[in-house]
Design a protein around this ligand. Structure first.
Ligand code: NAP
Length: 497
């Protein structure tokens, strides 16, 4: 047992460990502890031995750890078929570790990449390792440091055979809701990392929408930070109930001890990003799927960080034409607060519809067969976007797995109809007041685009045909291909096929 082993006790063990964790940084160490605490024997290895020693010193008593001195001992300590989770810096780190481990493994063994890897890299690695008979699993893990230790949401891709070996271990350590694990086999190839990428894209949109709601409450409704914290606590009792709403209230509650000011006012207003929002947006562009709320959320972080441009535009005094509504009574202000709640809910439905559309499109194109309802189910706990609302999404796909978009699920079309009047008022107030609300506005435009009987896309087709002979279809012949001879005097219409 681990308690009998010391940090320096790197003796090659019998091939008995259930699973290995390579990479004992913040995430890897916590994942290894979570596995050990659930009764699994875990081989552990880290490039820098001090991290392995530290894990065994501090937490060796939590379960059965098998510390390894080098990759060969690490692999030798695993039972067959071997399963190794690598949790290292995505990119060069992942590449280096795969190169190190693959010659030591045998056909049937499994390498799991639990880092935040771009799904196309996962597909490439999976294809190459498949030639050696090694199963390569790209696995999304959400929930950060705490989730890795106490129960993350887990999104594994790869083969069915690899899930048969890994599933029971992973499901035992994932978060659970009413006894149901927040882990399922997402689909083959890079499906797991793809779904994790879109999860993060949705997270970007969710955070931006909440930030816009806060800004409108502060700058249009004129509320104080503590008052806004109370509003978010109130919204927790509504369909908006979610982890992100919870932590928003907590962040807004905090007072900076150094200045006595609200903490939110002492933070530099330039949002960072690690790239998953950009990946989700770029991939959507490649797939031809509209994800405007996710894209606007990503662009908003970039715009916030364009500090030199922001200073220059402020200095240039570009600020004409803003008007803020006055609220004569508390009741009027309360009505605006409720309108913001409805705009937030409507926008959230639109943002999730976009993310699920991106997953559905990739799944259809690549034959992944991703169960969309199951994705909402495994996001109900352990991850950053956990929310009450996800139950409605699971139910909606349960009732109709072929939903063309989440917007048409009865629960959401009803909610959108309720929210739209207030949502329009809020977007108008934001525009008139000069308060940027790009994700609210883009989500509203998305819904309006999808519900429009006719779109000005017809005019764009006419323009394209004029300058580039790109052709068009006619409403009375939707399959025929037409072109107008714009340069000829008669500008006759020809049917090309
Ligand atoms: P971390 O604490 O910075 O640890 C990085 C680990 O990678 C260390 O064990 C390091 O080993 C190892 N490593 C880096 N390059 C290596 C190489 N060339 N060969 C072997 N080992 C190498 O990172 P982390 O926060 O645990 O994140 C690990 C992965 O999880 C990343 O892909 C990250 O995107 C993903 N992730 C993180 C979170 C989060 O909330 N932090 C959430 C989900 C997913 P040494 O000790 O020898 O340097």
């Amino acid at each position: 047992m681990s308690s009998e082993r010391s940090a320096g006790d790197f003796v090659p063990a019998a091939a008995s460990a259930d699973i290995g964790v390579y990479g004992l940084g913040v995430m890897g160490a916590n994942l290894a502890r979570n596995l050990a605490r659930h009764g699994h024997s875990v081989a552990v290895f880290n490039r820098t031995p001090a991290r392995t020693e530290r894990l065994i010193d501090l937490h060796g008593g939590e379960g059965d750890f098998v510390p390894a001195a080098d990759p060969a001992h690490f692999v030798a300590s695993l039972r067959r078929p071997r399963a190794v989770i690598i949790m290292v810096q995505a990119g060069a780190g992942t590449e280096a570790v795969i190169e190190q481990l693959s010659p030591l493994l045998e056909p049937g063994d499994i390498i799991v990449d639990a880092g935040n890897t771009y799904y196309a890299d996962t597909e490439r690695r999976e294809a190459s390792l498949r030639e050696q008979g090694i199963h390569f699993v790209g696995m999304g893990v959400s929930g950060g440091e705490e989730g890795a230790l106490l129960g993350p949401s887990i999104m594994p891709g790869g083969t069915e055979a690899s899930y048969a070996r890994l599933g029971p271990l992973l499901e035992s350590i994932s978060a659970h809701v009413d006894g149901v694990p927040c882990c399922t086999h997402v689909g083959p190839g890079g499906a797991g990392h793809f779904v994790k990428m879109v999860h993060n894209g949705i997270e970007y949109a969710d955070m931006q929408l909440i930030a816009e709601a806060y800004d409108l409450l502060r700058r249009v409704a004129g509320m104080s930070v503590p008052e806004i914290a109370d509003v978010f606590r109130d919204w927790k009792r509504s369909e908006l109930d979610s982890y992100l709403i919870d932590i928003t209230a907590e962040v807004l509650d905090r007072i900076d001890p150094a200045t006595g000011e609200p903490f939110v006012d002492v933070i530099v207003d330039a949002a960072g990003q690690k790239g998953t929002g950009a990946w989700t947006t770029r991939t959507a562009l490649e797939l031809g799927v509209a994800v405007p709320a996710i894209a606007e959320a990503t662009f908003a972080r970039a715009a916030s960080s364009a500090t030199a441009q922001r200073a220059a535009v402020r200095a240039a005094g570009i600020n004409a034409g803003t008007t803020r509504p006055g609220f004569a009574t508390a009741a009027e202000r309360d009505a605006f607060v409720d309108a913001v709640r409805q705009a937030l809910y409507g926008s959230k439905i639109a943002a999730y519809a976009q993310g699920f559309d991106e997953i559905a499109t990739a799944s259809a194109q690549r034959g992944w067969n991703v169960d969309l309802g199951a994705m909402a189910r495994i996001w109900r706990a352990g991850c950053i976007i956990r929310a009450r609302f996800l139950d409605d999404i699971t139910r909606a796909y349960g009732e109709d797995p072929q939903l063309p978009t989440l917007l048409t699920a009865p629960v959401f079309s009803r909610a959108l109809n309720e929210a739209l009047p207030a949502w329009r008022q809020v977007v108008s107030a934001a525009a008139l007041g000069g308060v940027p609300a790009p994700a609210f506005a883009a989500s509203l435009a998305y819904v309006d685009q999808l519900r429009a009987r006719r779109l000005p896309a017809a005019l764009i087709q006419g323009q394209r045909d004029f300058f580039g002979s790109h052709t068009y279809h006619r409403v009375d012949d939707p399959v025929g291909v037409y072109h107008v001879l714009w340069a000829e005097p008669g500008r006759a219409e020809e049917k090309w096929s």
